[in-house]
Design a protein around this ligand. Structure first.
Ligand code: NAP
Ligand code: F7E
Length: 376
């Protein structure tokens, strides 16, 4: 019989890839959506209306909605991906972040117990490398001590421990995947990688002058989200409920990401200055770009702004994926850093060009509208 999965955070980057992955495996997939003034859900629009994919209104801050939904769907597996997932935003909205990212996990666990599903329903919790925060060792593994360094990380630490507690107290199959940063063409546009790939595409196409970033020295272990959702599933298929670090084991700086992204957009950068004064300057352009209006050799296309510095920042993340490799048979190198950057830039070059085409159509429509005076 087909298994039934319930995904919280189905509209997010990971939720959309996980839905595709589970549908391909023959699952009946249910996802939680919350009321928004905008009805279009970009990442899952292509799945809506297809058989075996079902959406329900609920909210991580509303226990009753979760209890009722779990009772209705009776899932074999729950993937708890819903979160206020932006670290910088967690400094601006710490209480909301705690409610959704910490207490929300407890609400899911209690919804399962209230419906007496604790012996049949497995739960995956979206934990994070941010738990290591102000790191106490490099690389970080399942045994590295935690030192959370943002309201987001502190909330996620509660989620990690409450999952462990329910596993031991009630013998539930619930586990945390401690995932390091994973990116994609569907990554939110204010996370640093996507901010860079979109800006590189816009600058290359003469639509933006300069990209402003924060800490260029920050180091991350960046993987591809599509590869990582497979691990979420593998963790729940493992014979015993355990926590796993999911990472590539390769580290790069924000500056290196930007250099490579601009390269794929046709712009070679050189870096000058230090700290807040550092600049990314155009050293060279590919021949197709040099004929374009806008960007030219010598332009400053990357600058540092204090607006993007955090009160406390996590600056040295590097994961050790040995356990996942050994026990789940997962390959952390499926998509390399170089391939990841290239695929994101290729996607965004097309997106920026298509957005322009769409804007042109809107302009024509607007011109027609004004000419015909439709509202008069
Ligand atoms: P994302 O794109 O920001 O998606 C977050 C999802 O949570 C969205 O579907 C969002 O719904 C939903 N959500 C937020 N608040 C909610 C609420 N109150 N009730 C119901 N749903 C709510 O995040 P992601 O990158 O896919 O990450 C998935 C999970 O993994 C998150 O828990 C994140 O913290 C964690 N994580 C991510 C990474 C990474 O590098 N991507 C690494 C480690 C851990 P809306 O669309 O309505 O906003
Ligand atoms: O920042 C630095 C910033 O916002 C990465 C979430 O998915 O991964 C993500 O959290 C680094 C930080 O991701 C800018 O200071 C420099 O050191 O892309 P990010 P994050 O904070 O690592 C973890 C694993 C999660 O769990 C989270 O849910 O880049 N940085 N300049 C910048 N960051 C941003 N956003 N914008 C900048 O302009």
């Amino acid at each position: 019989m087909a298994k039934t999965a319930l995904i919280t955070g189905v509209t997010g980057q990971d939720g959309s890839y996980l839905s595709e992955f589970l549908l391909a495996k023959g699952y009946e997939v249910h996802g939680i959506i919350r009321r928004s003034s905008v009805d279009y859900r970009e990442r899952i629009a292509h799945l809506e209306g297809t058989p075996h994919f079902h959406l329900h209104y609920a909210d991580m801050s509303d226990s009753m909605s979760l209890v009722k939904l779990v009772g209705k769907v009776m899932p074999d597996e729950i993937y708890n991906l819903a979160a206020q997932s932006h670290v910088q935003v967690s400094f601006d909205a710490p209480e909301f972040t705690a409610d959704v990212d910490a207490v929300g996990v407890l609400r899911v666990l209690e919804a399962v117990r209230t419906n007496h599903l604790e012996k049949t329903c497995k739960i995956y919790q979206a934990s994070t490398s941010e738990l290591y925060g102000k790191v106490e060792e490099v690389p970080q593994s399942e045994t590295t001590p935690f030192h959370p360094y943002s309201p987001y990380a502190v909330a996620k630490l509660y989620g990690y421990w409450i999952i462990k507690e329910y596993r031991e107290a009630y013998d539930m199959f619930c586990c945390s995947g401690i995932l390091f940063n994973h990116e994609s063409e569907r990554r939110g546009e204010t996370f640093v990688t996507r901010k860079i790939t979109l800006a590189a595409a816009r600058i290359a196409q003469g639509k933006q002058k300069c990209l402003y970033l924060g800490n260029l020295d920050s180091l991350r272990d960046w993987g591809y989200a599509k590869d990582y959702v497979e691990c979420m599933w593998l963790i729940l298929q493992h014979k015993t409920p355990e926590d796993f670090v999911i990472a590539t084991g390769v580290q790069h700086s924000v500056r290196e990401f930007a250099t490579l992204a601009f390269h794929h957009a046709g712009i070679e950068l050189r870096w000058e200055g230090q700290g807040i004064e550092e600049k990314g300057i155009v050293e060279n352009l590919t021949p197709t770009l040099s004929s374009r209006e806008g960007v030219k050799v010598g332009d400053v296309v990357v600058a540092v702004s204090p607006d993007f510095y955090r009160p406390t920042d996590v600056v040295n993340l590097l994961g050790d994926p040995s356990k996942a490799k050994r026990e789940l048979g997962w390959n952390p190198q499926t998509t390399s850093f170089e391939q990841l950057v290239e695929l994101m830039v290729t996607h965004d070059m097309k997106k920026v060009a298509a957005d322009d085409a769409a804007a042109e159509v809107r302009k024509v429509n607007l011109a027609e509208f004004l000419e015909k005076g439709i509202d008069k």
